[in-house]
Design a protein around this ligand. Structure first.
Ligand SMILES: [Zn+2]
Length: 448
């Protein structure tokens, strides 16, 4: 510790959970921040040292900011547009047409701001996004102060931001070039799925990702019908197909991975494919239950994601953790699977591993980035505390988060967002909502 320099922030008289395990819980401690990093943390009273900002954590716990490892942030503006429908009808009759009609740069910008406001207010400090007009998502993310792995999307057919895959490739290249030096935003490539991206397109994405040293992200084996469709088209299951065309030659971030055989799980582990589990989206779309306990047993890196707001319908990772733990217990008829600390690890260190950021984030350790959230514990649903990790997974919600610090900078204090104009964002969300579905179309809409 460099004693001669003033600390930027000191959180004192706070409980600490630096790592996602109850053995690491510190009932009363302190955490010092200088610049973007955690300088030191410890038990008891802090050493006497000048700090520009002192945050009193009495009655609170400070823990690592949560990591949402898969979503489509701008789709926050489509929240609740269509629910409780068969997947094909939902996608083809509602979501795709709405995207075709409404998605443009402004939509992505305001949708991402709305998503960032929601994520900050529920304790998420890093998110991994995949969508179109990703430069506008990056603009919004930077404004919010959030950390992000942002991936420009590509498919075989025209998308809202590109008339052809060729144009999408150009967009990917310029996006990567523009954000390669950014501290908070890391660029990536989002190849939608194996059934919407041809083998040559996927191979081009693979070589671009390798050339620029950025992650490649895709949806994989989300539904049974996807597996059937890929089998019919290529004579192989989706993962086998990716292996066959050389896509697994370097690490891939695969979202969902619901329909896997034992051999595929072995292959995922061997190829060090990183997996994102999205339990609420999988439940809501009745896609199935991903074999997460089996993947974890094989040492596969698994993070937790919400997926987009159209299939969830919120971005609260505390709720997602609760669902993740309970889904696997009921599915296996075994209350011992997916214990709370495993789930909390997925939402912190696991997510960091998936995004390739485990050296920077995911836990509170000296030298790591200061991405810290402070939760109020003096609340009826969080007392008494026998095991804090259990409370975080089974009792807490995003609304219990009081303060958020990202990269050493306070972005929410006493539940007030410091980087974003929440009133303006909510006003714009309302405007988009009225445009997308005029009030005359909605019998039960509350007029505002
Ligand atoms: Zn998705």
């Amino acid at each position: 510790m460099k004693e001669n320099l003033v600390w930027d922030s000191l959180i004192h008289d706070v409980s600490l959970l630096p790592l996602p395990h109850r053995a690491h819980f510190i009932e009363k401690g302190w955490l010092a921040i200088r610049g973007p990093e955690i300088l030191a943390l410890g038990e008891g009273d802090p050493p006497p040292h000048p700090a520009k900002k002192r945050i009193n954590g009495t009655g609170c716990v400070a823990m690592p900011g949560l990591i949402n490892a898969h979503l489509h942030a701008p789709m926050a503006l489509f929240r609740g547009l269509a629910d409780d429908l068969p997947l094909k009808t939902w996608l083809e009759k509602h979501i795709f047409p709405a995207e075709e009609k409404w998605v443009n740069g402004e939509f992505v910008y305001w949708g991402t701001l709305l998503a960032c406001a929601e994520m900050l207010r529920s304790g998420t400090t890093t998110f991994c996004d995949g969508y179109f007009f990703e430069d506008q998502a990056a603009r919004a993310a930077l404004q919010s102060g959030m950390r992000g792995l942002l991936a420009q999307g590509i498919l075989d057919f025209p998308t809202p931001d590109s008339p052809s895959p060729h144009e999408s490739i150009k967009r990917i290249k310029s996006f990567i070039r523009d954000y390669s030096g950014s501290d908070l935003i890391k660029p990536a490539i989002f190849a939608h799925t194996v059934y919407t991206c041809s083998p040559p397109l996927l191979q081009e994405c693979r070589s671009l990702a390798d050339r620029y040293g950025v992650p490649l992200i895709t949806h994989l084996s989300e539904t049974r019908s996807e597996v059937q469709e890929v089998m019919k088209k290529y004579g192989r299951r989706p993962l086998d197909h990716l292996e066959n065309i050389g896509l697994l030659s370097s690490p891939l971030i695969a979202c969902h991975c619901v329909w896997l055989t034992e051999e595929e799980m072995d292959l995922l582990a061997r190829r060090e494919v990183r997996v994102v589990h999205n339990p609420e989206s999988n439940m809501k779309l009745a896609s199935g239950v991903a074999p997460v306990p089996d993947l974890l047993a094989r040492g596969v890196a698994v993070g937790l994601g919400t997926d987009g707001c159209v299939s969830n319908n919120n971005l609260d990772l505390f709720q997602e953790m609760d669902s993740a733990a309970k889904l696997h217990k009921v599915h296996r008829l075994d209350p011992t699977v997916m214990p709370s600390q495993t789930v909390l690890e997925m939402a912190t260190l696991g997510g960091a591993r998936v995004l390739g950021m485990e050296k920077e984030i995911g836990s509170l350790e000296a030298g790591k980035k200061a991405d810290v959230i402070v939760l109020e514990l003096n609340r009826p649903h969080l007392q008494p505390v026998y095991n804090l990790v259990s409370h975080l997974v089974y009792s807490a919600t995003g609304a219990d988060v009081r303060d958020v610090i990202i990269d050493g900078k306070p972005v929410m204090e006493n539940r007030k967002l410091l980087t974003l104009d929440e009133e303006e964002i909510l006003g714009k969300a309302g405007e988009w909502g009225r445009k997308i579905r005029p009030i005359s179309d909605c019998r039960f809409r509350i007029a505002d």
